[in-house]
Design a protein. Sequence first.
Length: 351
Amino acid sequence: MINFGDIGPSLLKVLLQPRSSDFESRFTKGETLQGWVTKPLGPDSAIIRLRGVDMTASTPKPLVQGQSIMVKVEQLKPQLVVSLLSNDTPVQEKTAALLRMYLPSASPVSTVLGDLAKLFPYLSASVLKGSGLEKVLEDIQKAVKKPDGDSKNILQMIGLFHESELLNGAPTQNLKRSLLVVRQNIERLMEKDPKPYHGMLKKVNDALANIELGQLVNTSSGSEAKSWQIPYWNGEAMDTARLYVGKDGKENGRAKSRQALRLTLTLKMSRLGDVRAEAIAFKERLEGTVYAGTDAAVQAVANVLPELVKSLNSIGLTASFSAQRASKDFLTRRTGGETVLPVKNLLNLRA
């Protein structure tokens, strides 16, 4: 357990000036959240930041400055008490904590973008300061509606590659980067008065959790499937497509000397209904089938496939596609090789 306030109430008052209502507005009993070690004070105490608030803590073991910690809120009154999930915590327990923390926010990315668009008008200049959020949301909306334009990679714009870009020293402006700045601004404002910003912070954290869940499930080894949610314009509204990529072990009965990739794309079109595209990608060849739920939809897909093949040929791929009718269960079913949550570095998810 970490008992905040046991070191000495005077020091805690200097850092936080706590009241029970402060904790109740910032934290919820039973929730799992991430924090950071601001400064070690000795072998059994440290200053730790949770939700933008620095507080003194008695700790069961020494902590390192800058260390990322995952905690569960055990008690709010008469003092804040949280349990620490340490590095030697069983993998199953850490995985369960991650699922509790992230899965409630695993909504379709189009829903997340829609929620942020609704939230944006209520964000003050002090909350948006330095974030570039308005421009990012505009660019994503433009890319979704006109994917053939000069827009950037949509996954890059959402921020799924944010940490890898940071490591390479060339981070682009993306949604995750903007939301991290917004969250920092909100947490700073909450130090003075948390009540006006509590709901705002939850929506921003939900959006970040949604992005980070996508990053988490794709930190798998090369032998596992990877999946992405991609926003697109379905002809009437913004929707979410899902792309799955994994190794194909069968290769349609051919020898496995040239292992291929299997790609599955599922989406819903406003007039065609559910559409599912499955393809096998070899080194310079792509073979696939596009499935739809009605004869009219199959014919509509078949009419555009020659243009798709022509486009693929122009970039050096030998491609062949056909269109077939399929049941709704087949069109919407989950793929068999979706990613399993990894268990490495579970305590260091955020940069």
